[in-house]
Design a protein around this ligand. Structure first.
Ligand code: S3P
Length: 434
């Protein structure tokens, strides 16, 4: 955080019920990809319901600094792409708090002529970047880091295709390699042991590229030119997660989401909530550029949520939802056990440590593991001062936990919600009955 940013606190009082209907701003992951690929493509990309979060603004800012023209026309964002060749920028490219921007941009810029410097805020400058440098170096890129971290200095040039197996389940790493592969000589293949979100594969196809997929690999032939698209970005499931979990806590609740992104690699939370006993209805399914979109209704079970274990592939698919799942775990009957989620330690904060610390501040019992947490059920939480640690998902997860606590909880660093979801507190007020 820089000295010009103001820390704000939010007071969250207990709720009686959650009721209403929401249409959420566009998915962060999809918005990043449409902004970055729209910047590279030939012609105009016109996007509606683009993410309102600061992270996606970082992606737009970077492609603009690289020569794409960005205009806002009413609700829409228009991007006039560079047609395959980015202009090196004299200034460093500021990725802000956004790991997605930095990692995916590295893949786009590795094969471009010129020198590019990518920087980020204090949190992003602590996050591991070697994971993208390694495959891109294997393709022939020249990338310098400091101790494995940003700033990232890329001296771009011609790259060769590779066949790469990702050592960590990471859609950002997969995307960086595919974006480099799009511009490399030959056919690039990425293999992953655990299937991560596939928005890049779908977005590349939407922009006209030929992408081959089978169960555990995805391949792209280099030298393909992208063409701009018109798209409405589906509502963000990871933002909906806070409201879905809030509604699941109140037996009389009824919450409906329209136009919500339901890509199967992102909608695992609906299965978890169903396993916990919540009633989830899905209707009006549509395909938008390969992305599934629909209406979702959630009602809580009369007897409270049961309990579950989240591990293996499930942990990777739920990686952004785990903080809020852990934050509501004390209110379940049998508790929630999370394993195989050590990636949580290298997100915008160490999310395992921060979730455990904040749950304890609210009086909960919780056991911390290197790769997860055990949170017993049937606990009563009390109000506390929560430290969001500059992490948007921690601020929002504990605002949800506060709805069932006794007393008024104070979320310190509430402004961080704006990284992905600036409307969060207003919408929470709108659907909360007190
Ligand atoms: C994202 C992938 C995930 C996720 C992040 C967004 C993406 O990160 O945590 O919020 O859009 O590809 P990793 O791929 O590094 O696990």
């Amino acid at each position: 955080m820089t000295s010009t940013e103001v820390r704000t606190e939010r007071v969250i009082a207990p709720a009686r019920n959650i009721l209403g209907s929401l249409r959420l701003p566009g998915d962060k992951s999809i918005s990043h990809r449409y902004a970055l690929l729209g910047g590279l493509a030939a012609g105009k990309t016109r996007l509606t319901n683009f993410s309102t979060g600061a992270d996606c603004a970082s992606s737009l800012g970077c492609v603009e600094a690289l020569g794409a023209k960005i205009t806002r026309s009413g609700e829409a964002i228009e991007i006039e792409g560079v047609g395959g060749i980015f202009q090196p920028s004299a200034q460093p490219l500021d990725c802000g708090n956004s790991g997605s921007t930095m990692r995916m941009l590295a893949g786009l810029l590795g094969p471009q002529n010129g020198s590019f410097t990518l920087i980020g805020d204090a949190s992003l400058s602590r996050r591991p970047m070697e994971r993208v440098r390694k495959p891109l170096m294997q393709m022939g890129a020249d990338i310098q880091l400091t101790d494995g971290h940003a700033p990232m200095v890329i001296r771009g040039g011609k790259l060769q295709a590779i066949d790469y197996t990702t050592p960590v389940p990471s859609a950002q790493v997969k995307s960086a390699v595919l974006f480099a592969g799009l511009q490399a000589a030959g056919k690039t293949t990425v293999r992953e042991a655990v299937r991560t979100r596939d928005h890049s594969e779908l977005a590349l196809r939407a922009f006209g590229a030929n992408v081959e997929r089978n169960l555990e690999s995805v391949s792209i032939e280099g030298g393909q030119q992208l063409q701009g698209i018109e798209a409405a970005v589906p509502g963000d499931m990871s933002s909906a997660a806070f409201f879905l979990c809030a509604a699941a806590l109140f037996p009389e609740s009824n919450l409906v989401f329209e136009g919500l992104g339901l890509n199967p690699t992102r909608a695992t939370l609906l299965d978890v909530l169903t396993a916990l006993g919540a009633h989830i209805g899905v209707l009006n399914l549509e395909d938008k550029h390969g992305e599934l979109v629909g209406t979702v209704q959630v009602n809580a079970p009369a007897g409270g949520l049961t309990g579950t274990t989240i591990s293996g592939a499930l942990a990777a698919q739920l990686i952004d939802e785990l903080p809020v799942i852990a934050a509501i775990a004390p209110y379940t009957q049998n508790g929630i056990r999370i394993r195989d989620a050590k990636e949580l330690r290298v997100k915008e904060s160490d999310r395992i440590a921060l979730v455990a610390r904040n749950l304890r501040a609210m009086g909960a019992e919780v056991e911390e593991f290197e790769d997860g947490l055990d949170v017993p059920g049937k606990q009563t939480l009390h109000a506390a001062e929560i430290d969001a640690g500059g992490d948007h998902r921690i601020a929002m997860a504990f605002s949800v936990a506060a709805l069932r606590a006794t007393g008024e909880t104070v979320i310190q660093g509430a402004e961080s919600a704006a990284i992905s979801f600036p409307e969060f507190f207003d919408l929470l007020d709108r659907v909360t009955e007190r």
